[in-house]
Ligand binder design. Structure first.
Ligand SMILES: [Ca+2]
Ligand SMILES: [Ca+2]
Length: 293
């Protein structure tokens, strides 16, 4: 499964290349397009939590598709043009969580930056991005989203285009925690070819403290990833089961994960991981290694 890393290295490159802080206009009482994107990033934090156990199994998942939320480049000084972005539907945001009642965004923001490091430019496009607040009277109720977000990033004569299709991204609070369904795909186009990955995950997130939904808690999920790229035309497949992973103080202190799949060459394999407060034990095709944490 070595090639999992090769495929996803490019995702991570695109991520790091485009990070920055966007200054967004704010219209009081209504959710703006840029504001919605920032909120989606926070609400999808659970998808990013999945990245840690996947990384241990050799599958580094792109962890922050919203390129301009935080990061390394001073893009807050870039020149922005978001004039073409339109919003339709109900933009009301009574609980001020950045998530409108039910709105659909279309349009494109372009930006450019020139400094001592050189010149870079890019765009950020919404195609029928529908965002809904499951409860506009509760800022911790979750978010539902579908549609498409496309980023481009150009520097040094090359361009990366990253398309994120959100087939279904529902993260909703229930009686004893949150349930989620994430279905979608990433497509990355570069001078080296086109890389694609599809994912289909369902699960639950149970915060330790209901008043702090993004803090410590337990994650259970199952689903699959399928991907392909120029050097992996037949693609690879990975099935994932995460059982009661307890995140505490920024690390996983208990729970289990199991992965099985087929790599680019058609080889099958399996990985299981068991966490305890002071060590992580990884079993690859029947051989176990434990490391302190
Ligand atoms: Ca809201
Ligand atoms: Ca809400």
């Amino acid at each position: 499964m070595r090639r999992f890393c090769l495929l996803f290295g490019l995702f991570l490159f695109a991520l790091l290349a485009g990070c920055g802080q966007q200054t967004a206009p704010n219209a009081g009482g209504e959710a703006m397009a840029q504001e919605v994107a920032t909120t989606l990033q926070a609400a999808d934090a659970q998808l990013y939590r999945i990245a840690e156990p996947l990384g241990l199994a050799g599958v580094p998942v792109p962890t922050a598709p919203f390129l301009f939320a935080s990061g390394v480049a001073p893009l807050d000084t870039a020149t922005w043009n978001c004039d073409s972005v339109t919003a339709a539907g109900n933009l009301s945001d009574a609980d001020d969580d950045g998530i409108p009642v039910n709105a659909t965004f279309n349009g494109k923001c372009t930006w450019s930056y020139s400094g001592s490091e050189g010149s870079v430019s890019g765009s950020w496009e919404f195609q029928s991005l529908n965002v809904q607040d499951p409860n506009d009277a509760d800022p911790t109720a979750g978010v539902k989203a579908s549609g498409k977000v496309i980023w481009t990033f150009s520097a040094g004569g090359s361009t990366i285009t990253w398309t994120w299709t959100l087939t279904q991204h529902d993260f909703e609070k229930g009686s004893s925690g949150y349930s989620f369904t994430y279905k979608g795909s990433w497509t990355i186009e570069t001078g080296q070819g086109t890389f694609t990955a599809e994912y289909d995950l369902t699960g639950t997130w149970t915060p330790d403290d209901p008043s702090d939904p993004w803090g410590d808690g337990a994650l259970t999920a199952e689903g699959q990833f399928d991907a392909s790229g120029p050097s992996c035309a037949d693609g690879w497949h990975l099935s994932v089961t995460l059982t009661n992973l307890h995140y505490q103080g920024g690390k996983i202190v208990s729970g289990n994960a199991s992965f099985s799949g087929t790599d680019c060459d058609g080889n099958t394999g399996s990985v299981t991981i068991a966490w305890s407060p002071d060590q992580v034990c990884i079993t690859i095709n029947g051989n176990t290694v434990c490391v302190a944490q």
